[in-house]
Ligand binder design. Structure first.
Ligand SMILES: [Zn+2]
Ligand SMILES: [Zn+2]
Length: 259
């Protein structure tokens, strides 16, 4: 019997050593990809916490743009790593930690067990597909724009359905409540424009404060000094930073309590 690459297989193996190495590289990518995803997931959760931005007078303050695809991509990757690990756990021994990173390490350590499974030839392609989808999910969508949750208020409850019209669409009708919205007007009202914008630290701190995110100037300085934040531009010798990057660092630091 031969490997899918046509190389002859050693007794009991379904994936040759070279293809095994290639699979190991894919597994090694999990750490970095999950790190990027977690920054994206944290960004999304802002909307969960600060999503209701419609005042009773009807004035619209759309929430920060979110990328729900990040949640789905992370979950799909995690589930696949878990399933694959559990399939070899009887031979390879019990799993300890169950984070995607730990599961990837587990599979790496037990690569020889994995290579002996008759279903192993399909693992690399599936894993690479999921990693690719994960990376793409963190990139800005080309086709659609996010203009925040619907926000239509009916009997004091705001509709939380996210609206994602096509770039070319002028009007969007909410699938949940049926309200129609002017896409361009919503984009102007949303912080969406500022999200990828760059600005001086003080400007960004003020903008984030409006969304309930407190960043102390001193912390900002620390993050820069420690390399957590890179300037995006420089004008007249003053450095400017990207709003979304500051926010991502602020979230991460708040979570780890290391400011
Ligand atoms: Zn091979
Ligand atoms: Zn709605």
């Amino acid at each position: 019997m031969n490997c899918r690459c046509d190389a002859p297989l050693a007794d009991g193996f379904y994936v040759c050593a070279t293809c095994g190495e290639s699979l190991a590289y894919a597994l090694a990518e999990v750490d970095g990809v999950v790190e990027v995803l977690d920054a994206g997931v944290a960004r999304s959760s802002l909307t969960a916490g600060y999503g209701e931005r419609v005042s009773s007078s009807g004035a619209l303050h759309a929430p920060l743009p979110i990328n729900e695809a990040v949640f789905d991509a992370r979950r799909a990757l995690h589930v696949y790593l878990m399933k694959t690990s559990l399939r070899i756990a009887e031979t390879a021994g019990p799993l300890s930690l169950r984070t995607p990173q730990a599961l990837a390490s587990y599979l790496l350590v037990n690569l020889d067990v994995l290579r002996r499974q008759d279903w192993a030839p399909a693992v690399e392609a599936e894993l690479r597909k999921l990693l690719g989808e994960a990376v793409r999910s963190t990139q800005p969508p080309g086709e659609r724009v996010n203009v925040g949750e619907c926000g239509y208020v009916f009997e004091n409850v705001a509709c939380t359905n996210p609206l994602t019209p096509l770039r070319t669409q002028d009007e969007i009708t909410c699938k949940v409540c049926g309200t129609s919205w002017d896409v361009k007007a919503r984009q102007r009202d949303a912080i969406g424009g500022a999200w990828l914008a760059i600005g001086y630290p003080a400007t960004i701190i003020r903008a984030l404060a409006a969304y309930g995110i407190t960043v102390k100037p001193k912390h900002f300085e620390n993050w820069v000094a420690r390399g957590h934040l890179e300037p995006a531009a420089e004008q007249n010798g003053r450095k400017q930073y990207r709003v979304n990057e500051v926010w991502a660092v602020a979230r991460k630091m708040a979570k780890t309590k290391v400011l």
